[in-house]
Design a binder for this molecule. Sequence first.
Ligand SMILES: *[C@@H]1O[C@H](CO)[C@@H](O)[C@H](O)[C@H]1NC(C)=O
Ligand SMILES: *[C@@H]1O[C@H](CO)[C@@H](O)[C@H](O)[C@H]1NC(C)=O
Ligand SMILES: *[C@@H]1O[C@H](CO)[C@@H](O)[C@H](O)[C@H]1NC(C)=O
Length: 266
Amino acid sequence: MSRQRNPQLWVVRWFIRSTSALLNISYTRSQAFESASMCKELKTRVLRIPPQRQQQEWTEVLSATVTALKAGQVVAVPTDTIYGLACVAQNSSAVHRVYDIKGRNGDKPLAICVGEIQDIYRFCKVSVNEELLSDLLPGPVTLVLERSATLNADLNPFTKLIGVRIPDHPFMRRLCQMCGEPLALTSANVSAQTSTVAANEFEDLWPSLAVVVDGGPIGDKSRLGSTVVDLSVCGRYRIIRPGCALSATVKVLEGKYGLLEDPVNQ
Ligand SMILES: *[C@@H]1O[C@H](CO)[C@@H](O)[C@H](O)[C@H]1NC(C)=O
Ligand SMILES: *[C@@H]1O[C@H](CO)[C@@H](O)[C@H](O)[C@H]1NC(C)=O
Ligand SMILES: *[C@@H]1O[C@H](CO)[C@@H](O)[C@H](O)[C@H]1NC(C)=O
């Protein structure tokens, strides 16, 4: 009605409406920029990867992530369980950045993540047979083994053990293969209570990260995180965290390999 009576007024209103929508957008953007710039020169890049069936389109994100990692920066990546923070494990200053970012939640040891079963032998003293490793990996399981002297001594200096992961996630597999060296990996939780299965759940941490790889929601079942099992004592296993694959893991360890549960070894 008013539009017919006063076309000029309508145009003015329309203009104000669209301008305020625009302003609103730029306001939101500048807020994001402000929080990102809190962290000195670091500029966070949030890179979305298309679904797994379009893996050929991951190339650019993979190479941007590798570049950041090789520069000693910390990135967020999707795994087969929850979102993780990763850096090159052999770079001590990068490892310290991860501890800084985790803050109070950083007293848990970092795991390492490798691309192939063979890589495990370089960084760990393997006390189980290789077939057992390939029965459990890649998968949502962290195997705790004795570390070798090759592994960066600044990574969890308080223990001679190290957790190893090969996430069953094609992006992570490719990333580790392209890096050619182990990545230190920890959960991207913002608190010890909530694990993150979507990239926006740890937005608070984004400003501290060089790259956030958003692979979409991972799935609620995996919120428990990986099953963590200590295999550092021959013939024994000890569950450190039940995680999301407890029964499948125990079935392999006891059922197929006859390992005995050791609730007390340390
Ligand atoms: C302004 O942006 C916020 C956050 O992005 C959104 O929730 C809100 O609906 C927007 N308002 C307008 C008028 O577009
Ligand atoms: C290790 O990381 C730091 C930044 O955290 C970087 O400046 C340095 O070049 C890296 N060192 C190597 C050998 O990659
Ligand atoms: C992340 O949260 C899960 C529970 O949701 C917890 O099991 C895990 O220990 C947390 N990790 C860290 C490093 O806080």
